[in-house]
Ligand binder design. Structure first.
Ligand code: GLN
Length: 487
């Protein structure tokens, strides 16, 4: 049986059986969020009273409510009707959601209670949450360090146990990488597995809504609730996935990705060796596999992502959406001044690069070329999954870095994504598994490993996590000064 505490599963059971008051956990989460405000994981609280009233009514019916009373914190690029959805940008500082994202609605339909909106890199552009217009989030494992990004707020919210479940978005690693740097699970589902309706678009062909969790059981629970077809998202998958099945490690074919083994810190390298030994000991067959086009994944990803971002963000023109700079004369000046004033530096840079990449005369050279390489990368994954059930590589080559350490050097920052972006280009699912710690300058920092599966095989990753828990190969710990989320 899974050995890790599963706070969401436990809470929901207690609320359904009547041993825990339906509002107890939400109140506890709000208290914890206030106590932990120096971490700056949460941008705004959500008043849960309406949700709690509805929940109490529904608990008297025979509805299933798999997440009854479970408090959830969502990234601030997910719409929740009537609340602020800022994307951590001055552009949307005053924006109120007119509707609720499908993934969030499904959580609430299952009985979950949304209590907060989490900090993030502005418009999900970044790998450290330092690009938030409202200030960075701090890593509870070392408050001078970044939590990773762009879903750093959601990662810290669960790592510091402010809530037992949190949700982010993963376009190029934004859930897996902060999950690795904060010591929790983060699952990037197959593209289309969870509806994107109501997720503010960054790069639409790469964006996924993705959960953080503290155990395989909780991961299965939240995936079972959020996954599924949605008529509001034409790219959402029509097939259904069953979560919670078992997996036998004996005979599991694991491909150890050669390109993922380079440039690792000693602690990440050691975690990878431990995982190999654990898998081999349990009867899995590990073989090395090279995916040579991964060398081009970062360049390809940033061309595709910036091109799509420049198009998606063109709606923020000072006229249709969001804010408008005061006192500008005429449409052009209004647009220019609005974007200068309300977009941060990273967002402005990406819009300019994306526009350049798509401009006539250059789009063949950059955008079309990137699409061709994207195809080759996707094919390499397909070929690898002809021989392997899952692929293994570190999520990040290094643990949490210091605030400011990489923010002045975009290429050093983009290097944080070297192992994650290819997965989004290929559209396949991948899971960060917390796999131990590395001590750096006296601080104990989490290390994460990434398992990748073929498209549609999300459930296999969750089952693999459960098997690894049985084996004792997963390490989920509470950072000093925080307590497990239990009541
Ligand atoms: N760090 C990557 C970027 O800045 C990935 C971001 C994400 O997944 N949202 O684009």
């Amino acid at each position: 049986m899974p050995s890790l505490p599963s706070p969401a599963t436990t809470l929901a059971q207690a609320v359904r059986s009547g041993t825990l008051a339906p509002d107890a956990a939400a109140q506890e989460a709000l208290r914890r969020m206030r106590d932990a405000s120096p971490l700056h994981a949460v941008l705004s609280e959500v008043d849960p009273s309406e949700q709690l009233q509805a929940l109490k009514r529904r608990l008297n019916t025979d509805e299933l409510l798999p997440l009854a009373g479970v408090p959830v914190i969502i990234k601030d690029n997910l719409n929740l009707r009537g609340t602020r959805t800022t994307c951590a940008s001055h552009m949307l500082a005053e924006y109120r959601s007119p509707y609720t994202a499908t993934a969030v609605q499904r959580l609430m339909d299952a009985g979950a209670v949304v209590v907060g909106k989490a900090n993030m890199d502005e418009f999900a552009m970044g790998s450290s949450t330092e690009n938030s217009a409202f200030g960075p989030t701090l890593n509870p494992w070392g408050t001078g360090r970044v939590p990773g990004g762009s879903s750093g707020g959601s990662a810290v919210a669960i790592a510091a146990r402010l809530a037992p479940l949190t949700v982010g978005s993963d376009t190029g690693g934004s859930v897996r990488q902060p999950a690795a740097l904060c010591g929790v699970y983060g699952l990037k589902p197959t593209y289309g597995r969870i509806s994107r309706s109501g997720l503010v678009a960054y790069a639409s062909s790469l964006d996924t809504v993705a959960p953080f969790a503290l155990s395989a059981a909780d991961l299965a629970l939240v995936m079972g609730v959020m996954a599924g077809h949605d008529p509001h998202d034409a790219t959402s998958l029509s097939d259904s996935a069953e979560f919670g099945s078992a997996l036998n490690l004996r005979g599991l074919r694991v491909g150890l990705v050669t390109e993922g083994r380079r440039g690792l810190t000693p602690g990440v390298d050691a975690a990878l060796s431990r995982m190999q030994a654990a898998l081999t000991g349990a009867g899995a067959e590990i073989e090395e596999v090279s995916l040579p086009h991964l060398d081009h994944a970062v360049a390809t990803y940033y061309v595709v992502a910036m091109a799509e971002a420049s198009s998606n963000l063109s709606r923020f023109d000072g006229m249709h959406y969001a804010r408008r700079a005061e006192g500008a004369g005429g449409a052009d000046e209004t647009m220019r001044r609005t974007r200068e004033e309300f977009f941060g530096a990273e967002v402005q840079k990406r819009i300019m690069l994306g526009t350049f990449i798509l401009s006539s005369g250059y789009s063949d050279r950059y955008y079309t070329k990137a699409l061709q390489v994207r195809r080759l990368i996707a094919q390499e994954f397909v070929d690898a999954f002809g021989r392997f059930d899952v692929l293994l590589m570190p999520t990040s080559p290094f643990p949490a870095f210091r605030l400011g350490e990489r923010s002045g050097d975009p290429l050093a920052m983009y290097a944080a994504d070297v192992n994650t972006v290819a997965v989004n280009l290929a559209g396949v699912p991948a899971l960060n598994v917390p796999a131990g710690f590395e001590t750096v300058d006296g601080e104990q920092l989490p290390v994460g490993l990434q398992f990748v599966a073929r498209a549609g095989d999300d459930a296999r990753l969750v089952a693999l996590a459960a098997a690894l828990e049985d084996l004792g190969a997963v390490q989920v710990e509470v950072p000093a000064g925080y307590e497990e989320f239990s009541l």
